[in-house]
Design a protein around this ligand. Sequence first.
Ligand SMILES: [Zn+2]
Length: 619
Amino acid sequence: MLVLLVCAVGANRPAFAQAPIVYQLSFAEREHRVMDVEATFTDLPAGPLLLRMSRSSPGRYALHDFAKNVFNVRITDAAGTPLTVKRTNPHAWDVTEHGALVRVRYQVYGDWIDGTYLSIDSTHAHINMPAALMWAHGLELRSTTVRFDVPAGSGWRVATQLFPGTDPATFTAPTLQYLMDSPTEVSALAMRSFVVPDGDRMPTFRIAAHHTGTDADLEALTRDAERIVREARGVYREFPAYEGNTYTFIGDWVPWANGDAMEHRDSTIITGPRTIRADRGDILDSMAHEFFHSWNVERIRPRSLEPFDFEDQNLSGELWLAEGFTNYYGPLVLARAGLTTPAAFAAELGAAIDTVITSPARRVRTAEEMSQMAPFVDAATSVDRTSFDNTFISYYTWGSAIGLGLDLTLRERTNQRVTLDDLMRALWQKFGKPGGRSIGYVDNPYTIDDVRRTLGAVVNDQAFADEFFRRYIQGHDVVDYESLLARAGFAWRRVAAGRATLGLLRLQDGGAGARIAAAVPFDSPAFRAGLDRDDLIVAVGDTAVRGAADLIRAIAARKPGDRASITFERHGQRSTATVTFDEDPRHELVPLEQTGAALTDAQRQFRQAWLSSHAGNSF
Ligand SMILES: [Zn+2]
């Protein structure tokens, strides 16, 4: 293998002859949340050097405009003489005339710990590369060397998926895509690791934690991580070929962190303000989800995201699969690994199904179209109000409901012979496993039609696959969850049977009444009566309403189908409308045992085949 690899490198010699781009990252002003960056570009071809700060970050879909935190930019030649720079847009530094070497020095401010931004402080440098590194157009396939100037006496060390270099503070990346995909934590972190044999490979899994908890907490988390890793492997029956044969979970669990998790090819960043012990459930959720991404999205990748465009929004109609199916498999992997109960698994997926069934947004956009909304909703900010309460369902939520619906439909129609795991493995074999000629790239990304055809092949019934996509992914229908889930011994039941509602309204005390504080759901009783956001309800029938609690009591006194007059104020004018109350539409999913009924043998077997451990599975 090694000999072959050396030959392959020799064949590509021209690309490797170019000197690597070198970044030096220093932290002299870390207490002021500033990082110093020096980037040296050598062996430059003639023509302008087009330097850029990214506007987007892999796995996040809104624009972030990272250039906003960059200052003191100095661009010089080898002798330190300033070069002429043209600013063609806020993210661009175009060096029109230069020699073989250009040196760029700048400072960048970072004070946000999560999976997207930069955080520098006296305890660490937490670096998401797109938020930190200026890069050059046309040099995307050049290798990079990154040197971390670890402060003397700090005890800081480096955790990253970047390739180890000549010393513990020097790393390399083979391409720009890989560099940008390699978040790095530099701090007095604690590291644990384990190995899981996989055929003839022995991949290492590391947990690198910058945290305020105990060693025992970290060790318990490492044991949980190993169960997750083995269980996720049971779906695909092999690990991806992690670059460097290593996958790293990087955790930042300090009180000043924000809750987040972000996937990468060979690592994940998981952050939160609570300790490992206090946040165990959420951390395991994140680990299971992000680790599943090392197949689904990092390698089984939609064509719409490949290669990732760092300068623009990345529009994808496939996030119901890339994020949504991952969101189904996260809880499923935890249930199979015995890290959650069937009841907790049912509660999580039940909430997703309930949202999809009851949300009026399902009539407005399909799951494919919801995916295309990501640039407006995934860490996006807007000054003006939006209609999203009525027109948007998260592709995480709808996608997980589709994943559940498809899995159960396949299990029912084939007597569990074909499951969603088979589809994921088929997608892995066809689109993920072939990999890419350049590290960090995927040469065989999929389209939505590829997935439809792969499903047809897996079930040996293209008409079924076409119909499923037409109705449930590119249409507005939902599967019959109640009957499908009954097969596995789960009950779909009303949360508040017989209780009247005006619709799922967000209410505030409005001084002299109850104010509607968010969009009124389309087709709800309040909507049909002409009520809307900001209206102040002051009476129901003859009963005065002086606050939200009064309104909730007044509704509780009615029955579904009852009619009543509602008095409300809007823009200072008082009006009256007539409402007809509906029955509270909310449902929940619970194990049948919890309702007092007993599981049949068939239900027990169905649930067992679905939710028991698959960790021992292999090709
Ligand atoms: Zn995700």
